[in-house]
Design a protein around this ligand. Structure first.
Ligand SMILES: *Cc1c(COP(=O)(O)O)cnc(C)c1O
Length: 448
């Protein structure tokens, strides 16, 4: 029996799958953060590459992956689909568990699937430098990798508290040739304003977004990039699900459950969206989204228009949100500490097509260590949510079911989190309803 299902490179997908035309109800349009009017594409042009704006609103069912992007994908794609036999045995599972391993990419997570095309399209349009924010550091690493491939400059604003906690991220980003600044920095008006108010401010993702957007808006040769949430990001991630579909077909498997962790929703979307047409035709496939109990945007958030960032600079998107003012507890899965959820995933959730579940961080680390001791690899703290959820699903599924989860990244740069867990220093945060209610009160009201 094959336990590692490798797809030949000749079978690597040549086009991404665009879910927009297949959604049972169309997405609510993004709106201007100031006027609240429906946004026209030209408004986004000072910030994003034109081709990416086109993809954001495209109705084409398939979008060709440019040859230079495929060329870089081939450094690490197709990624393996692996049968987790030892994990199955350890939990006494009556079903088969597979994982799609995206941790084999150079930056160590699925985020390179979108950083590579984003850098490529910007380069084509004459952009010389890209700016972005990063929380835990994975997106900044993926972007600096892609910039080094296309000989572009890269500026990363990293939330100061993570910058200090994870010094190896900075070294890796510098090694790829990127520059990185703890946010708040003295390079932007938003950073300087915050430092004037509070010189010891440890930063937040919302503030880092404000700095990166301002940097792009005030420099002609620079544009901004985002590593999750947006439609074009989920589009690029579908290479994951498209490969998985072929790999399962190779061994005559049909998935009953597809499981992924959700921060902004891009790795989960990348896995499940290519299976949406089959699900809509009546195939019984359950899409399971695993999120932290400390930041439960799908299980406890509200579906409404909200800003993507704390500084209210981004367009308004209709999504499941805990409110842009929501400050999640300092859990170790930094990549899952986002107040909102991708509009596409939120839309599917409203249609009843996503089964969302929330987990405590200690249970996730316990699952991660079980995975480590059976399958051998050290998962990222974000990925541990997918593992905890896959185990949960496998324990309760009908015998003989096929469970596939997305292994979004490795945890080799997150060892301090494991240290905290092993010392018994991790808290399970309970999130009182008042915190959510309070943050939701700050959401904008939008007619229609
Ligand atoms: C960023 C990240 C996530 C969460 O982001 P999504 O957009 O929801 O995929 C999950 N896992 C890893 C390893 C990440 O780096």
């Amino acid at each position: 029996m094959e336990t590692r299902i490798n797809l030949p490179q000749s079978e690597m997908p040549k086009a991404w799958y665009n879910a927009l035309p297949d959604l049972p109800t169309p997405l609510a349009p993004p709106r201007d953060p100031e006027t609240k009017e429906i946004l026209t594409p030209d408004k986004l042009e000072p910030i994003f590459a034109r081709e990416l704006i086109k993809q954001e609103m495209s109705s084409e069912p398939l979008i060709e992956i440019p040859e230079p992007v495929q060329d870089i994908y081939r450094l690490f794609r197709p990624t393996p689909l692996v049968r987790a036999l030892k994990l199955e045995k350890a939990i006494g599972a009556k079903c088969r568990i597979y994982y799609k391993n995206e941790s084999v990419s150079p930056a160590g997570s699925h985020k390179t699937n979108t950083s590579v095309p984003q850098v490529y399209y910007n380069k084509l349009e004459g952009v010389r430098r890209l700016s972005t924010e990063t929380g835990a550091g994975q997106w900044g690493t993926a972007l600096s990798f892609a910039c080094s491939m296309f000989d572009m400059k890269c500026t990363v604003y990293m939330v100061k508290v993570s910058y200090e906690q994870k010094p190896y991220r900075k070294i890796l980003i510098n090694s790829y040739g990127g520059e990185i600044f703890p946010s708040p920095s003295d390079r932007t008006n938003s950073g300087r304003a915050m430092l004037a108010k509070d010189p010891d401010c440890k930063g937040s993702l919302g503030l880092a977004i404000s700095e990166a957007v301002e940097d792009a808006a005030t420099h002609d040769d620079t544009r901004y990039t985002l590593g999750s949430v947006l439609n074009h990001v989920l589009l690029h991630q579908t290479v994951v699900g498209l490969e998985t579909e072929k790999q399962l077909a190779m061994i005559g498997e049909k998935p009953d459950y597809l499981v992924g962790c959700v921060g902004g929703g891009s790795n989960f979307g990348g896995l499940v969206l290519p299976f949406l047409p089959r699900k809509l035709k009546g195939e019984d496939i359950t899409f399971v989204a695993a999120e932290p109990r400390a930041c439960p945007s799908l299980t406890r958030g509200s579906f409404r228009y909200d800003y993507g960032d704390m500084a209210r600079l981004t367009p308004l998107m209709k999504m499941h949100t805990l409110g842009h003012a929501f400050m999640p507890a300092p859990i170790h899965a930094g990549g899952l500490r986002y107040h909102g959820e991708a509009p596409i995933i939120s839309n599917l959730m409203e249609e009843g097509l996503v089964d969302a579940r929330a987990y405590y961080q200690n249970d996730c680390f316990e699952a991660a260590l079980l995975f480590l001791k059976t399958e051998g690899f050290l998962p990222a703290p974000e990925t541990s949510h997918a593992i905890a959820s896959a185990i949960d699903v496998a324990r309760n599924a009908k015998p003989g079911s096929c469970v596939v989860f997305l292994y979004s990244g490795h945890g080799m740069l997150d060892l301090a989190s494991y240290d905290a867990y092993l010392r018994g220093n991790l808290e399970n945060y309970e999130l009182p309803q008042e915190c959510i209610d309070q943050a939701l009160m700050m959401c904008p009201t939008v007619e229609g």
